[in-house]
Write a new protein. Structure first.
Length: 661
């Protein structure tokens, strides 16, 4: 019988010389799903890779004194090493600099051009180099890039455009009538439809002439293929579409699911499907836009020196502990806040106290009372029934939760059984049974039930913690999935040959560990600050020196300051501004009795639900302005924290309308 196939992908990652734990989040989740499907007997293709072209790479390579190819080769080797460390079981790794991918992209671009889906024009606007994006004046926020807040430059260049606008109706039809579960979670679907498709799609610039590090357009070599065609098409070029490197396209396409971060859901659910429609190819079955892994101070940022290094975490706590934490602590579709305290608490409570303790106690008693082999003569009694029933129940619950990517709940179901097994030990008191030779058959049943519980739970945990579960199977003396998945997760007549070894997860001294980590983080922040200062001095020369004290006439007087009316206001409603990724429209109650509307470029750091009901500070006497056609009657106060923005929230006890002085 032919195996069912399952094709799952991560986005291809932009080469960065400092990967943090957030980069691992999506890849670990994808790996868990791939391992689960393999365990169920599927023929799995798990793809990941790197997106290596663009102006930023060209500039970074020049600054480093190397070629772009040399630059990306070095960085990509680090990414591959990280995936190896994190025990990522990808079947294929694609680089957009691979020869076969380049061949395919040139064919795809030419096909779209020949079909009239791509046409030549010119693009004029404000260009943000870090984001590699053009913007119109109305899209800018305070004259800066609405995505990253950096300065922009006037730019105009000849370009090819993809007719994205013609696919709005087809996308709406596909989403709502043909495949309403194409985008998940549902909140992402609503965002795509209401913020982008309904307001109207614009044709998309798909070539560049202002830099050379990219794939040349075969029929117009001064143009290079821009990221939308280059990077997004990796999902099919990696299967052999348009090249002879691989021959898996018919076998695996369409993809079963693309796992992507929520910030790039738009590209994968609007641009990518439209391109596939233009190529007359099937669309992927699902795009799942997961949340971000944040720090308590906001997004992780190399410039802030607050990145969490997955290598250090894995060396300190073990790879499986980190993999477990990432998918147990937060719902996969929502944002999660990483903290050292949460990590240590989860390791101690779940892995050391619950799982580790269950395995250690069970195997110690098995060896103490029976040596290595648990007797076949066993006497089962009524206390066993509840535990066995839970093992039957967890099997069904786990499968349904895994199929919907509800990893956190799937793990919670397993640990309910583990907690019940620990309680079962206290209820059956095997140390008492062990003192009475007449109870040896009852003792054998208790130890056997515990071994079966550990074996079944380890089978279910294996996609999340593969190394740990191999150790468990080894200590139980049974082979991993000896009889296939279906039998592995059933209560069965299994033979056990116990080989107890060291504890799986030693308990951590939380107070001592947190102090050490705090000192280490402070060191990293200081190093990052020092590095930035050196870079600024190197780039700015004399201008980078500490400025002299301002002259008296440069000082703002108290009278001038008092002209600025700062008022406490409450956010009563908030929504994204259509066709503006980083703008939010806020409705405020400022105590005046009349609603105030403010547009702010903070969507990169806040979702509407993060703001509604909160009290903020608004500049109430600022001249109204239009941003993307929406009138803004003021400005809210926020602080620049490295590359992030932090809104200044006010204590709820302060009444709306209060003047800030």
């Amino acid at each position: 019988m032919k195996k069912k196939t399952f094709y799952i992908t991560t986005p291809i990652y932009y080469p960065s010389d400092k990967l943090h734990i957030g980069h691992s989040y999506c890849t670990v989740a994808t790996d868990v799903m791939a391992r689960y499907k393999r365990m169920r007997g599927f023929d799995v293709m798990f793809l990941t890779g790197t997106d290596e072209h663009g102006l930023k790479i060209e500039q970074k390579a020049a600054a480093a004194g190397v070629t772009p190819q040399e630059y990306v080769d070095k960085v990509v080797s680090g990414i591959k090493e990280l995936w190896q460390l994190m025990n990522i079981s990808n079947d294929r790794f694609i680089r957009t600099t691979d020869d076969y991918h380049i061949e395919s992209i040139q064919k795809i671009f030419k096909t779209l051009y020949d079909k009239g889906e791509i046409y030549k024009g010119s693009y004029k606007g404000k260009y943000c180099t870090p984001c590699e994006s053009f913007w119109t004046e109305t899209q800018l926020v305070d004259g800066k890039c609405p995505d990253c807040g950096r300065e922009v430059q006037d730019a105009e260049e000849e370009a090819y455009f993809f007719r994205l606008s013609k696919y709005a109706d087809r996308l709406m039809h596909y989403y709502y009538e043909e495949n309403p579960t194409f985008i998940e979670p549902e909140s992402r679907l609503n965002e795509m439809v209401n913020n982008f498709i309904k307001p109207g799609l614009e044709d998309l610039c798909v070539s560049r002439t202002s830099f050379t590090w990219g794939i040349p357009v075969t029929f117009d070599p001064k143009h290079i293929v821009y990221v939308w065609v280059d990077a997004l098409s990796n999902y099919i070029t990696a299967l052999g579409y348009g090249n002879e490197k691989y021959h898996d396209f018919e076998k695996y396409w369409p993809a079963d699911v693309h796992f992507v971060g929520k910030e790039i859901t738009r590209f994968h659910t609007i641009i990518w499907p439209a391109m596939l429609m233009a190529l007359d190819l099937p669309l992927p079955k699902k795009v799942f836009g997961h949340g971000w892994l944040l720090l308590e101070g906001g997004k992780m940022s190399k410039s802030k020196g607050n990145v969490v290094d997955p290598v250090i975490l894995c060396e300190r706590y073990g790879v499986d502990a980190i993999r477990y934490f990432l998918l147990r602590e937060f719902p996969f579709g929502s944002d999660g806040v990483f903290s050292n305290e949460a990590l240590i608490n989860r390791i101690n409570s779940d892995l050391a106290n619950d799982l580790g303790n269950l395995v250690s106690r069970t195997l110690s008693m098995a060896e103490q009372y029976f040596g290595q082999i648990i007797p076949q003569d066993r006497r089962f009694e009524s206390p066993d029934e509840q535990l066995i029933a839970m093992l039957d129940e967890v099997r069904e619950n786990y499968a349904s939760l895994m199929e919907t990517f509800t990893f956190q709940s799937a793990l919670a179901e397993i640990f309910k059984v583990i907690a019940r097994a620990n309680k079962y030990i206290d209820e059956t008191t095997p140390w008492v049974l062990g003192k009475n030779p007449a109870e040896s058959d009852r003792l054998a049943a208790v130890i056997y039930n515990l071994c079966e519980t550990i074996r079944i739970c380890a089978s279910l945990l294996a996609p999340f913690m593969p190394n740990t579960c191999v150790k468990i199977f080894s200590q139980l003396g049974c082979l991993e999935y000896e009889h296939g998945y279906d039998k592995a997760i059933y209560y069965a007549n299994t033979s056990y040959c116990i080989h107890k070894k060291e504890n799986l997860f030693p308990r951590i001294d939380a107070k001592k560990e947190l102090a050490l980590l705090a000192a280490e983080e402070e060191k990293h922040r200081a190093e990052a600050a020092g590095k930035l200062e050196k870079e600024a001095k190197k780039a700015g020369g004399e201008a980078a020196k500490v400025p002299e004290e301002p002259k008296p006439e440069g000082i703002v007087t108290i009278d001038h300051f008092m002209e600025v009316k700062l008022v406490v206001a409450k956010v009563t409603a908030c929504e994204p501004v259509p066709k503006a990724d980083k703008l939010l429209r806020l409705e405020l109650d400022d105590g005046s009795g009349k609603p105030r509307q403010v547009v702010s470029g903070i969507h990169a750091w806040y979702e509407p639900e993060d703001l509604v009901g909160r009290k903020i500070v608004v500049v109430a006497n600022l001249k109204p302005a239009k941003l993307r056609g929406v009138v803004s009657e003021g400005m809210i106060l926020a602080a620049d924290v490295g590359e992030d923005a932090k809104v200044l929230f006010i204590d709820d006890a302060v009444p709306v309308g209060s003047r800030i002085r």
